[in-house]
Unconditional design. Structure first.
Length: 231
């Protein structure tokens, strides 16, 4: 039996149009589980589950601390306490407006401008939660290496367990899995036709802790800690 994995993500408020948009596109709400075709609305026909199978396992999110197993020195409760402590020490971060874009072979939302403050906040998350991370297993490292990483990214992978951190970090919220060019354009057009929720600027108001009990299971949100507006 595999060990549970945990991740630190930004997930929009449940009441937001952005959250409903992302969950409908992926067909999964990590608060409640899989969505029916009726709940997915137009995405059920034009963004089939095969297009979103991989990102739906993680839920609609932006990665701050990529999935990891817990270090022997910590615990689930210890991680949750750390998330509370981190949130209490950080102010909300303005992300600004998001735009739909193609990132290689998948569609994602990215900031119109990624600020230094946003990159710094993500780097702080990586460093703060590092003591809770078990060292990367050989199989997980080999899986990451299939992405044809650069030498700096390999160095980050070996030091921090993930190659896209610090100066390699790009805030993004995936809306499809890897697609061939024809399907990629179909997915992009479908999302663009229903992207009204993107009209409002986005603020990171909280960090979410997600848990994956088994590798075959999706991630679920187990805590959403509000950042400190009084700092």
């Amino acid at each position: 039996m595999s060990q549970p994995r945990y991740a630190i993500y930004f997930t929009p408020p449940q009441s937001s149009d952005l959250w409903r948009f992302g969950c409908a596109a992926l067909g999964y709400d990590p608060h409640h589980g899989e969505l029916s075709d009726a709940e997915r609305g137009p995405f059920a026909d034009f963004l089939p589950r095969a297009f979103v199978a991989e990102p739906s396992r993680y839920g609609f999110h932006a990665t701050l601390r990529a999935p990891f197993e817990l270090a022997p020195s910590t615990s689930r409760d210890g991680l949750l306490a750390a998330a509370q402590a981190f949130a209490a020490q950080r102010r909300p971060i303005d992300v600004g407006h998001l735009k739909l874009t193609v990132m290689g072979t998948f569609v994602a939302l990215v900031p119109v401008v990624q600020t230094v403050q946003l990159s710094t906040f993500a780097g702080d998350c990586v460093a703060f939660f590092e003591p809770h991370r078990r060292l990367l297993a050989a199989a997980d490292r080999a899986r990451r290496m299939k992405a044809a990483l650069t030498q700096p990214q390999i160095a980050l992978l070996d030091r921090w367990g993930y190659p896209y951190v610090f100066d390699q970090f790009k805030f993004h919220m995936s809306l499809t899995g890897r697609l061939d060019p024809a399907h990629l354009q179909t997915a992009l057009a479908t999302l663009q036709a229903h992207c009204a929720p993107l009209a409002q600027p986005v603020t990171i108001d909280a960090i979410s802790v997600l848990e994956q009990p088994e590798r075959s299971q999706p991630f679920r949100i187990i805590a959403r800690e509000l950042l400190n507006t009084f700092l």
